[in-house]
Design a protein around this ligand. Structure first.
Ligand SMILES: [Ca+2]
Length: 355
């Protein structure tokens, strides 16, 4: 059943792949490597074509064994366009660990570097971070997993490069780590049509009101009768540090959505954050929180104070892609804790056509 479902996923992504040699069928061509360990091809376990990439960090005696990066060559991206990143992966040596503040020994991250037409790296977000972290590898298994993220390019023409970082835990140097990658893709998406049917999901239906959020009745600034608020003063009283952050996750878990491109428009208002570069909130659409079939996929982004001038609700759009009907979609909001955040709910728009 697993192979059948994953085959269906692969069939939906028919558009041209922008990542040069994303399936490693031309060997290591187009990819560069940094750090310890030695990247190599593996012809015994590919999920696509005849070979895949193997990134091992096997021994503590390597020159720089704590990290191994694989970076793609650059590919052109159209301005202000939606793209879908997908990748297949399997891994060995990532283990859960009960340690304060640490969930796992070792980690693997997917990142995107954007450059302008002259090749100069673009800052991502107002704080000027160079690399945007797409996702931590969410599921660790020798079964082939899957990760995706939808992103929108800036208004000017850019080039993109993908990087995969395998990081070894310095506290557990004897534990070898191995990652296999295959079928790394970036394809253009057509956004959902603006006239597509819209379904409104109230915040009070979406999120548990415990934790840091409180219910607000009849907010005069909202068209919706009930909103949820994360109040900085209340949460200080709860012993939460003002810098948070606090994450609210919850149902409904949407199932049976037709495959295609969707947008979740979160209606939010921010008050009391004076620094325009301050991250205020982050919103994600999560697909299949249960990793049993596809792994966890997350699309979303941080939102900064300059995007949320006080005094009115604004729609922050989070596009995401549903590749098959049997995935489950849920939503998550993270609050930076530096001011008051009000959440009215979200519009669900879509779907647009599959790539
Ligand atoms: Ca391949």
């Amino acid at each position: 059943v697993l192979a059948l479902l994953l085959g269906a996923v692969a069939a939906v992504i028919a558009a041209d792949n922008l990542v040069p040699n994303g399936g490693f069928e031309q060997g290591l061509e187009g990819w560069s490597f940094a750090g310890g360990g030695k990247a190599e091809l593996d012809t015994t376990v590919p999920i696509e074509g005849k070979q895949c990439l193997h990134l091992p960090l096997l021994s503590a005696g390597d020159l720089n064994p704590e990290r191994l990066d694989a970076t793609s060559s650059a590919f052109a991206l159209q301005p202000d366009t939606l793209y879908l990143f997908t990748c297949r992966y399997r891994s060995l040596g990532f283990v859960p660990l009960q340690r304060p503040g640490r969930g796992w020994v070792n980690l693997c991250r997917f990142k995107l570097l954007l450059s302008d037409a002259a090749g100069k790296p673009l800052a991502v977000g107002p704080q000027g971070l160079r690399w945007e972290t797409f996702a931590d590898m969410p599921f660790y298994s020798l079964d082939w997993g899957y990760v995706e993220k939808v992103f929108r390019t800036p208004p000017a023409p850019t080039t993109g490069r993908l990087r995969v970082e395998v990081v070894k835990d310095k506290d557990e140097p004897e534990l070898p780590v191995q990652v296999w990658l295959d079928d790394v893709r970036v394809v253009a998406l057509t956004p959902p049509p603006a006239e597509a049917p819209t379904r409104f999901i109230a915040a009070t239906d979406l999120y548990e009101t415990g934790a840091a959020f409180v219910r607000v009745e009849n907010d005069p600034l909202s068209a919706h009768p009930q909103v949820l608020a994360a109040r900085a003063d209340l949460n200080r009283g709860r012993g939460l540090r003002p810098a948070g952050p606090v994450t609210i996750r919850g149902g409904p878990n949407l199932t049976g959505l037709a495959p295609g491109v969707y947008a979740a428009r979160f209606w939010v208002r921010s008050e009391g954050v004076s620094d325009p570069l301050q991250p205020v909130t982050a919103m994600w659409a999560r697909l299949n929180d249960s990793p049993a079939i596809y792994g966890t996929w997350v699309s979303g982004r941080w939102v900064y104070a300059e995007d949320l001038p006080p005094g009115a609700y604004r729609a922050i759009e989070v596009p995401f892609w549903v590749p098959a009907e049997d995935v489950t979609v849920s939503f998550e909001i993270k609050w930076g804790g530096n001011g008051d955040l009000f959440l009215a709910g979200l519009d669900l728009v879509g779907p647009g056509p599959a790539p």
